[in-house]
Design a binder for this molecule. Sequence first.
Ligand SMILES: C[S@@+](CC[C@H](N)C(=O)[O-])C[C@H]1O[C@@H](n2cnc3c(N)ncnc32)[C@H](O)[C@@H]1O
Length: 689
Amino acid sequence: MGGTGRRARNKQPPPAPLRLPGDKPAGKKRTTADAAAPAKKRKATATTAHPTADTASGKPTKRAKGAKGKPVPQVAESDDDSESDVVVSDDDGAMWDDEDALEHRVASDSDDDASLDGALDDDISIHSEDDFDVIDKLTGEHQEREELFASGDEDDSDDDGEENVKVTKLEAMADDDDDEDDDPHALRAHSDDEEDAMETNIIDDQFFVLPTDEDREREALAPPDLALVNHRIQEILKVLANFATLKQPGRGRNEYLTQLASDLCLYYGYSEYLMDQFMQLFPVQELVAFLDANETPRPVTIRTNTLKTTRRDLAQALVTRGVNLEPIGKWSKVGLQVFDSPVPIGATPEYLAGHYMLQAASSFLPVMALAPQEGERCLDMSAAPGGKTTYMAALMKNTGMVFANDANKDRTKALAANIARLGVRNAVVCNYDGRKFPSVLGGFDRVLLDSPCSGTGVIAKDPTVKTNKSHEDFRMLTHLQKELVLAAIDSVDAASPTGGYIVYSTCSVMVCENEEIIDYALKKRPNVKLVDTEIPFGVEGFKTFRGKTFHPSVQLTRRYYPHAHNMDGFFVAKFKKLSNKIPNLAGGKDAEQDGKKAVGGAKKGKGGKAAAATKGDDQFDDEEDAKIIAEATKSKGKAGGNKGKGAPKAAAAGTDGAEASAEPKQQQRPKFRKPAGKGGKPRPKGKSN
Ligand SMILES: C[S@@+](CC[C@H](N)C(=O)[O-])C[C@H]1O[C@@H](n2cnc3c(N)ncnc32)[C@H](O)[C@@H]1O
């Protein structure tokens, strides 16, 4: 465990404070780092991510106007514009991953609780301004830290006063454009004859020319010239942004895109398959911002365990140990961002005593959306290592019950350990395949499905994702995700007096794992509807993608991106279950699916199947699903790590990305609702258990 101290020693550029526009600055003047400034970051990470690049010329491939001369090799030239940016190491990631936990009370589930907001403010408001002031006083070294971390790019701050907290793709791209003038790789005139002689493909100082087939062949035979490749990426981006003016006569957009894809794969180290997926997801400018962000670790954040301490007391204790931190932002009442620490942040006495969870900011979001209430009975269907379970338990103030399930038995050990360390007393650890859950136990007030996924949102933590995901993996994963989301829905009691909610989340940016799964669930379970996550920031989910049109309500889902939000790529959707009957299934028949009957197992329906009555209806009734089921079953048999309970191989593989990630941030003040048990008391035992 390196702790954050090591990062500081490595002089990593600091992550931007996890604040949203409108948040009160913690210090006097905050100079944010350039996490929200993709172009600048690109400059820094380009070289650092590829140390060999600094031996290369960094010059673009240019061709003299009308010249058809063969390119000559690029000349090596020092490129020292980078800091020694270091991608977070695996062991840091591991430390990070195995920590998560609880926090505050957000998102009300209905609008009719407005009158309670004021009364509850002190206890559950999303942000206590006092914490900012007090922690500022505690951290006298704020100024020093700011100087240490100052990037000089104040314009790049993502929190400099915008009212609208939603960060859009366009905004991210606008940042990118603003910085183009500063791009050291920008095409420029070379008056020096010697230099000119060494350059190739020059038309003039403003005209980029695509490499010829011979150029490419020559390049393929030589060691990669990453500076050249990066330069060409920048040039192609410019051409694509102003195609009519800058395109080379006779060349089509596709040729530029093909070269770009190839260069991005080489420069950033991705498989062609995954790059192709990302190219379909992002406009090219934004794509590069995303890829750059994946080369930079996300901020280190911790979640105060309110079962044991307060954020203020925790901050004081850590500051006393020399930890440099500040509140994460208004959107969270329990999060702290750690800037540097002389001690490993995963081994302080406070950590060992369970006063906090090392937890990525994005990991707060699904639990905030779920908003479990005191006294409720909740299920965390894929819970290990427990970051979200322990957060749920804290929000529920150790009342009611949380079933913390994970299909991987080994991983339930870490889950149990975290539950114990954080003093959670209302959780039960179970080890089932989540797909079986409705028949094991049902009737929950709320279910969180933090699904196994590809981890394409957490590449900064797990760079293996760049190359280890195939089309087949996505097929398997998405099939599992479809099964799990239906199981999660079927495990909830629509008649819950306080709940009836399901939250689906992933640390993936892929539409096939997110909006498509949600759309599928809406089709297969017309007895649910999407509702607002009440997370005040995030990009709306896609309503259409690559010719597919999703249910319009899918725009209620929220996406989070490393380059836009400085948190892991993440997705959150929240369903409200309207009925325990599934209408129009199996050729017009309604399926009775009374979650209540399944409660506690003792109330299972005939044959112990209870809510699983839905299984076998028409969940996966098309040809493709049938094939996938067969493959999943085969794969399941091979999944050695999954002792007994059998998550498919693809699922097991895709799981770790999520945990291995740090998470989000963002703000806004949601509505608060009173805890389910009146006066903060647990609900009667019969209900909660
Ligand atoms: C994204 S991780 C969960 C992280 C966890 N929610 C947290 O916050 O600490 C996904 C988890 O799903 C589990 N999993 C994979 N397949 C499963 C299945 N079929 N049923 C239940 N859990 C499964 C994996 O073992 C993994 O722990």
